[in-house]
Design a protein around this ligand. Structure first.
Ligand code: GLN
Length: 310
């Protein structure tokens, strides 16, 4: 086992070295001004395994804005709270559209295509806002519990910046409300959503906090039940088909792991019964996915033979 970890450390170092300069192919997200000022050449990778080990390279302990990776935590909380009735308000189909598209929402009468595009995550944010007396605190508490770290914080600069430039998300939420698919007041839903997107975490913390999805819903480090095996399966299925937005097909084709990206440059990939890979490099491609992150995940998955389709 010790040799495996040494091997893994060597592989991560080598991969990071070979891909870290590819960041020049992408562009740091600038539609949220607070994200535009992040240095583009940060790069980190961490692999946490269900036997309790974490190996990392580069900036893997540096906190960054988790952005849409937070949609996973929100979805699990909403599934736990609402049960199967959640699926009457949001579907589980790929969207084939950019993550913040509004087009389908009108055609499909305010029912989002899936919970990991913005419309679906806002719907989930409404469920949490309506079903918790203090949903933002509950969310932060859930993430801190999963990461086993009480120091995880919301980056208030990012939060303010998102709120000031959140017209598209507001439009999505108001359109859903016009169809009767949002219960709470829109400013409250947006405030919850921007709070969860603005949480700052490192690759190491994210990889460890999502291990339950690689372990049938049980946190392997604390043995706590986080969700049912069925819901862990469902989340992984949604991440496989929709987690990389309109590049999910290509990612399944080339890598074959449930994954989720965020416009802060983070990327997580779940390896069932093995562990979680998390990468961070801020420059994004046109789909909103990290350029270096995708190469790193593809590289390590290939080296270790990790794919759910083998
Ligand atoms: N907060 C971002 C938004 O709502 C999240 C998008 C993302 O990470 N893909 O636009």
């Amino acid at each position: 086992m010790k040799k495996n970890i040494v091997d893994l450390q060597g592989k991560l170092n080598a991969l990071l070295h070979s891909y870290r300069d590819s960041f020049v192919e992408g562009a740091v997200a600038d539609y949220i001004p607070a994200l535009a000022s992040v240095e583009p050449d940060f790069a980190g990778i961490a692999v946490a395994t269900i036997d309790g080990k974490t190996v990392g390279a580069g900036d893997y302990q540096h906190a960054f804005s988790i952005q849409s990776i937070s949609k996973i935590f929100g979805l699990v909380m909403a599934m736990n709270r609402l049960g199967d009735s959640l699926w009457q308000r949001v579907r589980m189909e790929p969207s084939g559209q950019p993550f913040n598209s509004i087009i389908q929402l009108e055609w499909e009468k305010g029912i989002p295509r899936n919970p990991v595009i913005n419309a679906g995550a806002l719907l989930v944010a409404d469920v949490l806002t309506s079903h918790y007396s203090a949903s933002k605190l509950a969310f932060l508490g859930f993430v801190r519990k999963l990461a086993n770290n009480e120091d995880i914080r919301v980056d208030l600069d990012v939060y303010q910046s998102e709120f000031t430039h959140g017209n598209r998300n507001a439009a999505l939420a108001y359109l859903m409300k016009s169809f009767g698919n949002i219960e709470a007041e829109i400013p409250d839903v947006l405030s919850h959503y921007f709070t969860q997107c603005s949480i700052a975490m490192s690759c190491e913390q994210l990889a460890q906090s999502l291990l339950f999805l690689a372990n049938k819903g049980i946190d392997p480090l604390t043995k706590q039940v986080i969700c049912s095996p069925k819901d862990a399966h469902r989340v992984n299925a949604i991440l496989s088909t929709s987690g990389m937005y309109d590049q999910s097909g290509e990612f399944a084709f080339s890598v074959g792991l449930p994954a989720k990206s965020g416009v802060g440059g983070g990327l997580i990939a779940i390896v069932p019964n093995y562990g979680v890979i998390c990468t961070w490099s801020p420059p994004l491609n046109s789909f909103g996915n990290s350029v270096v992150g995708m190469k790193l995940v593809e590289g390590i998955a290939e080296e270790l033979g990790l794919s759910i389709y083998h």
